[in-house]
Ligand binder design. Sequence first.
Ligand SMILES: Nc1ncnc2c1ncn2[C@@H]1O[C@H](COP(=O)(O)OP(=O)(O)O)[C@@H](O)[C@H]1O
Ligand SMILES: [Mg+2]
Length: 236
Amino acid sequence: MPILEVGGLSVSYGSALILDEVSLEVEFSQCVAVLGPNGAGKTTLLRAISRMVPSRGSIRYDGKEITSTSPHRLPGMGVVHCPENRHLFPEFTVMENLEMGAFTRRDKKAMGEDLERCFRIFPVLAKRKGQLAGTMSGGEQQMLAIARAMMGKPRLLLLDEPSIGLAQVVKEQIFQAVREIKGLGVTLLLVEQDTTMALGIADQVYILKQGRIAASGALEELFRDTRIKDLYLGMG
Ligand SMILES: Nc1ncnc2c1ncn2[C@@H]1O[C@H](COP(=O)(O)OP(=O)(O)O)[C@@H](O)[C@H]1O
Ligand SMILES: [Mg+2]
């Protein structure tokens, strides 16, 4: 059974239809990438899954319909959203931001272990524990955003464009970390514009175009299809 099943999901902002009957499945411990240009509806898709925007259609997590679940209950159920533009608390330290990622948890001992794990994945954060988040580089802030999400103990991590606006070498560090997170067994739904980065980690790919799924399949299948390669993967 997939950990996440989205069926016929539609979202409108006013009279504008932003997502049109989007369906996708994410298998447990896989990485599914949703690729698509700016404005395709990727962020809206993640926001609908984490119930921050109203939608029509069905969203099943762990076999349970969550369309009427309130958004603040989802992290406790294992659905953690690492949002676009990071949304850190810039006036708080790295450590305080990490603690806020764990605010719904009571298992203090496991939290300590998770903190150590975050510092292993992102050693720079251990060095900067006391630094104000807003004074760090863009790449470090992105690392902190991912680490903060990991402090929420996700089973399903929704990751919105973790590499946007970063230099190539930093992107590669971020993606190496995302691979490590996948290696821990965390299921990932990753939204990206950087096709090359996403394809380096995804098991399954969906291409979102103007609010609709234009193509989907396992990575190898999409690569075999020259039309898809030309049109969507930028490698024709
Ligand atoms: N709060 C909003 N109100 C109205 N339109 C929005 C809102 N948020 C996003 N949109 C529109 O929805 C479309 C999809 O946006 P978004 O989901 O952010 O795309 P992506 O993440 O793929 O760049 C865009 O045309 C955008 O202008
Ligand atoms: Mg977006």
